[in-house]
Design a protein around this ligand. Structure first.
Ligand SMILES: C[S@@+](CC[C@H](N)C(=O)[O-])C[C@H]1O[C@@H](n2cnc3c(N)ncnc32)[C@H](O)[C@@H]1O
Length: 334
């Protein structure tokens, strides 16, 4: 576990959170802390969860010595928190890197879209039309699109093949939307909101502020997110989406699209394939943002000189579209 914390400090935290980098190194060198963590189930030993729990309890994570003493003295409280809770994210900013694919699909389709998001969390990535997108192109040009009065503006640096041409002129019409999540997040619940905020890394103040504002918007708009498992509950939801689209747009018009970001990673390889088959079997489309290893058959199709640098792959059906920063701050069209 010491090696795992050291690796996490070097690979994940370095360059992004000096506070967590120091804390992860401190844990890796503290036998007493490692001893306590070893008593947890493997899935509960991860740095993000432990550090979020420390912040939940108001521990000063920027001071590793104090934090680790507190951990020893209050282990029962920390254990209860990590056992009760899990890491969870919901990033509106991921809409910025999915939006061009959504618009491309809408342009190919006669009519509006019905969006079904699997792994939707609080449903922030169902609200494409609630956000304002500020795309920064090479040479200092900007492309701004989306809801004019939105309280949430999503900056995204864009480059790659035909970047300017592939940015949409507007957000496509969404006639119906619903999310599916094993444990939907209620954006109106104060405890849930505070936990999500504790999981944002300490220096990422802008992200935390954006999360707060985006959750306010979701609390007002209440995007529907159903409790369910995408491996078993997706097929009936797609049938329902198609029926609703037929009612709203006319029989057979428009398209049902299943979106997912940082969600298929939670499934085994066979389950991911099964979800993709359910989507295509229902005549629906799939638009996703996932780590490259999650959809290896698509990642394999990238040119050999495309560095595997941690960026996620944006794909539409079986077509790799772009590489993007995992949290949606950059987009490079392929
Ligand atoms: C890392 S979060 C990503 C949330 C959101 N898509 C985003 O990009 O901000 C992954 C979500 O997938 C959900 N999830 C994991 N396995 C699932 C499954 N089998 N069915 C439905 N949701 C699942 C989790 O509960 C969690 O809310």
């Amino acid at each position: 576990m010491a090696a795992g914390y050291r690796r996490w400090a070097a690979r994940e935290a370095a360059g992004s959170s000096p506070v967590y980098e120091r804390l992860a190194h401190a844990v890796s060198a503290d036998d007493a802390a490692l001893d306590l963590l070893a008593r947890l189930p493997a899935a509960k030993r991860q740095p993000n969860l432990l550090f979020g729990a420390l912040r939940w309890h108001g521990v000063p994570v920027e001071d590793p010595a104090t934090a680790l003493t507190w951990l020893q003295d209050h282990w029962d409280e920390v254990r209860a928190t990590v056992q009760e809770r899990s890491t969870q994210t919901n990033k509106a900013a991921r809409c910025a890197v999915l939006l061009p694919g959504l618009a491309e699909l809408a342009a190919r389709t006669d009519g509006p879209l019905a969006v079904v998001e699997v792994g939707a969390s609080a449903g922030l990535c169902l609200l494409y039309d609630a956000w304002r997108y500020r795309y920064a192109l090479p040479g200092g040009r900007e492309h701004v699109v989306g809801s004019v009065g939105s309280a949430v503006e999503l900056p995204c640096a864009v480059d790659g093949a035909d970047a300017q041409l592939r940015l949409p002129a507007s957000v496509p019409a969404i006639a119906w939307r619903t999310g599916l999540d094993l444990s939907p997040v209620d954006p109106t619940d104060a405890d849930t909101r505070r936990w999500l905020q504790c999981l944002v890394w300490p220096e990422h103040v802008e992200r935390e502020e954006r999360l707060r504002t985006a959750l306010d918007v979701a609390a007002r708009l209440r995007p529907p997110v159903l409790a369910g498992d995408m491996t078993t509950d997706l097929a009936p939801l797609l049938a329902r989406a198609r029926r609703r689209l037929d009612e709203v747009a006319g029989a057979g018009r428009g398209a049902v699209v299943v979106t997912h970001s940082a969600a298929l990673a939670y499934l085994g390889a066979d389950e991911r394939d099964a979800v993709r088959q359910v989507v295509s079997g229902a005549g629906a489309h799939r638009l996703g943002l996932e780590a490259r290893a999650v959809l290896p058959d698509l990642a394999e199709r990238l040119a050999a000189d495309v560095a595997d640098d941690g960026r996620f792959l944006v794909s539409l059906d079986d077509e790799p579209l772009a590489l993007a920063a995992p949290h949606g701050s950059t987009l490079t069209f392929l």
